[in-house]
Design a protein around this ligand. Sequence first.
Ligand code: WQD
Length: 335
Amino acid sequence: MNILVTGGAGYIGSHICVELIEAGHNVIVIDDFSNSKPEVLGYIRDITGRDVKFYEFNILDEEKTERVFQENQIDSIIHCAAFKAVGESVIKPIEYYTNNLTTTLIMTKMMRDYHVKNIVFSSSATVYGDPETVPLTEESRLGETTNPYGTSKAMMERILTDVQHAYKDMSVTLLRYFNPIGAHASGLIGEDPKGIPNNLMPYIMKVATGELPCLGVFGDDYDTSDGTGVRDYIHVVDLAKGHVLAIEKYTEPGVHICNLGTGKGYSVLEIVKTFEKVNGVKVNYEIKARRPGDIATCYADPTRAKQQLGWVAEKTLDDMCRDTWNFAKKQTCDK
Ligand code: WQD
């Protein structure tokens, strides 16, 4: 299949490109490098031995986007391009909504006009809000989102759902990610956010390399085993494999919703301890106040992914920590 991956140079998008190529697909990427680097395209080639066809621009540029659809016979889309920094979205809601919603609308317009029947969307467990019960199934009630980033994901889901209802021969798949971490085993691609990271694993990585002095653990008084927040961390390569299966198997018209998580929750301190143990490094931390908007516990019920896609997360927390560190060391050597 010819598959367009929007945001294909990004952290998750680049791993998806690798898995798609390894499964025999042709990959076309649109990315504006707003949160990624051009080198990633070379790394995808180094890993797979194949090139992606690449276009550099923001999808808000509708004319350029349309040209991609004119020049290529696109069979399916994996839509990852979006602004994703939670904290920044609170400060720049207009930019976040404009970018995330308009690019999604433009994608759906192109699908309609160029008869593309299949889209897989990068959604997030954030759409469940503060869960009443865990594990979260796809039937769990959608919750109040606490920042414009999360709200934009919920709204993008809604846009795609409404479009599918109007164009009934489309297949729309909403993949709700839990907490993707880790990196490709090659150490060539991974998560290297610009500036000070918001998310736990990139922060731990930068404390371990000495780039940042100390991790702040946001709260130790939650109702969890050790008082720190519990999340369902999923290896980014497992996540990427889930996309390949989703694009191949969710071809029936309709809206398909699927959680991608492991079904296991780990606390912040468990992540810190595992990272230290697996990699033989020290991660300094101190307990800080709770971060506004955080919830105590969130993990998936991944039954549907297993039943409908034959997908289960295969990698362990040790793998996630090891691969993150392997990536970090490669980055430091290259700098
Ligand atoms: C995980 C745990 C923190 C940083 C967010 C978005 C979600 C998705 C992933 C992204 C929590 C704790 C974190 C730190 C800490 N979107 N923590 N110190 O909040 O589950 O999800 O990121 O693109 O939509 O909401 O992930 O990695 O930020 O936090 O103690 O410096 O680590 O409190 O318990 P989260 P996270």
